[in-house]
Design a protein around this ligand. Structure first.
Ligand SMILES: Nc1ncnc2c1ncn2[C@@H]1O[C@H](COP(=O)(O)OP(=O)(O)OP(=O)(O)O)[C@@H](O)[C@H]1O
Length: 771
């Protein structure tokens, strides 16, 4: 090759166009130095080498060609060394080192990375990865917001460069590659690399492989390190309640428990509930969690489970108590809302099988659609051929007798019961179920063994209201207390209240203590005044707390605004209820109209001659009066005809009455209809069985008109419409209405100051109220 190139250089080549040219080396022409074939080859691999070599030779008089073999030998040696060392490392790795691979889709990843970020080698790394969240990229291990603690930077996470003011903290971990560090006198290697296996289906941030190596065939040091990492991780959460939520991400993915938060444990004392009930609950759980109790259960073959049912209106503290309980016993809490779409039998079973042995499981909203029907209802439905009426999620018989198949993908009662105490269900957990409607629950769901204790939560009474007030305004440790004594003391000592001398500090502490006591006394006094202004059993603790939080820095202002707030809130709630009732009624009327349309079509040509609407209407009214033989059904018809929301389970008489009213409503406006009916009722006393007038007024007509509207509303809601304080007039009647049976509404006044039912002028009970 060398000779060939030398031979070619300087030769004349004939071209096709008749001209001739001489082959010469360009480098030679520029520098004038002879160019060897070796050079040409080297030029191919290292462009510009010949020029460089010629330059060196010209200026330094060194012929680089002499060193070329040397360079080649060095290259070969390096290559060989690399190969050899890789081979040796491979051997050492395989036979003389211990390695632990850390799964990135497991919680240990979060633990280890938290530990690594705190190590010197990570903080001093020249190439590193910066994170605001050290946790695994896998969604079920992802913890939003880095929990609720780190923002003030008071935690022990020195490695996390947190900044005050709600900014995200930064954490640094070594980048991809091997990083050597010393741990307990042993040299270890932290290795982080990108995984090629998962390239097709995961995000690049998810494609990680983490391992730690140590020399020696005994991996004890690695295990020790992992245990330490876990301990540090757990310690951070020691004073916290870890909250997990059952979740499925996207369709088709496996349900799993996702850690969603670690909240500072709520002290039990902050949940305002009857002290006796609270104590009973704590004693019961304490006894249950005692290892001796576990053995006791096992020896007797009784399933080791305990269930609690918390019921009451929204915002009365059910979830708060569950969280406080979990925090008190240092257990994790696993929450599933049965009203969520994903809460089907399969998902729930899968979630329950993943539960740890000792934990609190909170099943929220067990009064959810599919579980409100009783097992007996299910049977009746089957016998009546009522399967058509079953709604998605309707129960199947819990005793194993199939009624109608539960639509797939929805939770059935029997399914839930199986999950709660079937063979596969976990033992050792504390089950808490919450509901807003105890009466709707199937007895099978709350029988002893499934529910061992039922705790009722109610709207705030006077004592509770005062307690909420105290809880919010009473100064606690760490709170700043401004009192005149503070100012006095400053004058006295002529120094700021924070003194550096021990005597000064003690005096400042004593002053603070005194100020706190004074403030506490004042708060107790204000709490009583506040409680006097809030009507008992009308507002939930959450509502009261919401109002107080608006004045959290000014207790006196809260007391001052209490009355007005109560009036406004009541009005708001009333309007909301009325709006909802109206919407519901409209919806039902629409559905009924559609239904009617379908029926008409079915009747075909029969009704073609009867086209006039008025005739149809009178016919319906006749039917109504015939069917309305009982007083109760007449009342119901009247109420549902007025402004009430229709009861879907109403009898045929009621529905025909509703039909009549709906046909009327097509042509008349609501107030006109009410007026007309009112006058009808007044002038024809005998038409008692055909009352289609609006509900009666329970108070003097000239003071306030009270319409008892929604039959389906909760008792308390109805009572709110006419509760004392609705309007500040002296002659306002006080009344509480009790709806005893929502199918056949029977309203009776149980507390009346001055009441006159305008529905019955002859002094007899109109059927709506008892004066
Ligand atoms: N009995 C109570 N003691 C202390 N705080 C309460 C109480 N009831 C409600 N609260 C406060 O009201 C808010 C809502 O309470 P919580 O979520 O526990 O109510 P809930 O009964 O579970 O409501 P829902 O039925 O809607 O789930 C919380 O901030 C809580 O602090």
């Amino acid at each position: 090759m060398d000779t060939l190139l030398q031979h070619m250089a300087g030769q004349t080549v004939s071209c096709s166009d008749g001209t001739s040219s001489t082959v010469s080396n360009p480098a030679a022409s520029t520098t004038g130095a002879p160019v060897t074939g070796q050079m040409v080859l080297l030029d191919m691999f290292f462009p510009g080498f010949s020029t460089f070599s010629a330059f060196v030779q010209k200026n330094l008089n060194i012929d680089l060609n002499v060193y070329i073999p040397l360079v080649l030998i060095c290259g070969a040696l390096t290559f060989a060394w690399q190969y050899f060392s890789d081979y040796c490392w491979d051997l050492i790795d395989r036979y003389m080192m211990s390695v632990v691979d850390v799964r990135t889709d497991d919680e240990i990843y979060n633990m280890l990375m938290g530990w690594v970020a705190a190590q010197k080698f990570a903080q001093g790394a020249r190439r590193f990865v910066v994170n605001t969240n050290l946790n695994s990229r896998f969604w079920w291990l992802w913890r939003y917001d880095y929990d609720d603690e780190d923002e003030d930077g008071t935690e022990e996470d020195d490695h996390v460069q947190s900044t005050k003011g709600g900014k995200k903290a930064l954490a640094y971990t070594p980048t991809f590659g091997s990083h050597w560090f010393w741990y307990k006198g042993r040299l270890l290697c932290f290795r982080r690399q990108q995984s090629r296996d998962m390239a097709g289906y995961s995000l690049s941030s998810e494609r990680e492989e983490i391992s730690i190596k140590c020399f020696g065939r005994d991996p004890w040091i690695l295990k020790e390190l992992l245990l330490e990492a876990r301990e540090v991780y757990m310690k951070r959460d020691e004073a916290k309640t870890l909250i997990y939520r059952g979740t499925t991400k996207g369709s088709g993915s496996e349900p799993t428990w996702q850690r969603c938060m670690a909240r500072t444990s709520r002290p039990f004392s902050t949940v305002i509930l009857n002290e006796k009930v609270k104590k009973e609950l704590i004693d019961d759980v304490t006894d249950y969690l005692n290892p001796a109790t576990r053995r006791w259960y096992a020896n007797r073959g009784i399933p080791y489970r305990r269930g609690y049912l918390l019921h009451g209106p929204p915002g009365t503290g059910k979830s708060s108590l569950s969280l406080a309980l979990a925090g008190f016993f240092k257990m994790r809490i696993y929450i599933v809302s049965l009203s969520s779409i994903a809460a089907n039998e399969e998902n729930l079973a899968s979630l329950f099988s993943e539960l740890p042995r000792r934990c609190v499981v909170l099943l929220e909203d067990i009064d959810t659609a599919g579980l409100t029907h009783t097992r007996e209802d299910g049977k009746v439905a089957a016998i009546d051929g009522g399967s058509d009426d079953m709604v998605p999620g309707q129960i199947t018989a819990g005793d194993g007798t199939a009624t109608t198949p539960t639509p797939s993908g929805r939770l059935s009662l029997s399914g839930l019961l199986n999950i709660l105490d079937g063979v596969a269900s976990q033992e050792g957990r504390v089950l808490i179920m919450t509901t807003n409607h105890l009466k709707k629950l199937d007895k099978a769901l709350i029988r002893p063994g499934r529910v061992d204790m039922i705790v009722e939560f109610g709207r705030a009474d006077k004592e509770m209201t005062a307690a909420i007030f105290r809880a919010i305004f009473a100064p606690l440790e760490g709170d700043e207390v401004d009192t005149p004594s503070d100012a006095d003391s400053k004058d006295l000592f002529k120094t700021p209240s924070i003194s550096t001398s021990p005597a000064g500090a003690a005096a400042a502490e004593a002053r603070r203590e005194l100020a706190r006591d004074e403030a506490t006394l004042k708060v107790v006094e204000l709490a009583d005044q506040f409680a006097d202004k809030i009507p008992a059993h009308e507002f939930s603790p959450a509502e009261i707390q919401g109002f107080l939080l608006k004045h959290k820095r000014n207790a006196a202002a809260a007391v001052e605004g209490a009355e007005q707030w109560a009036v406004d809130t009541r009005k708001e709630k009333m309007e909301k209820d009325l709006r909802e009732a109206r919407e519901r009624r409209e919806k039902e009327e629409k559905a009924e109209a559609e239904n009617k349309g379908t029926k008409k079509e079915e009747k075909g040509g029969k009704d073609k001659t009867e086209t006039k609407k008025s005739k149809k209407s009178s016919k319906h009214n006749k039917v109504t009066s015939k069917k309305s033989s009982s007083k109760k059904s007449t009342r119901k018809a009247a109420i549902s005809d007025a402004d009430s929301s229709d009861d879907s389970t109403s009898s045929s008489s009621s529905s025909s009455s509703t039909k009549s009213s709906s046909s009327e409503s097509e042509s008349e406006s609501e107030p006109e209809r009410f007026k007309e009916k009112n006058s009808k009722r007044k002038h024809s006393k005998k038409e008692k069985t055909d009352i289609t007038a609006p509900p009666p007024l329970l108070v003097k007509e000239d003071t306030i008109r009270v319409q008892v509207v929604p039959v389906q509303q909760e008792v308390q809601t109805i009572a709110n419409y006419i509760a004392p304080g609705t309007e500040k007039t002296d002659d306002l009647a006080k009344a509480v209405v009790v709806v005893e049976d929502i199918l056949v509404p029977q309203i009776s006044v149980i507390e009346v100051n001055e009441t006159r039912s305008t529905g019955s002028e002859d002094g007899k009970d109109s059927g709506y109220g008892t004066p």
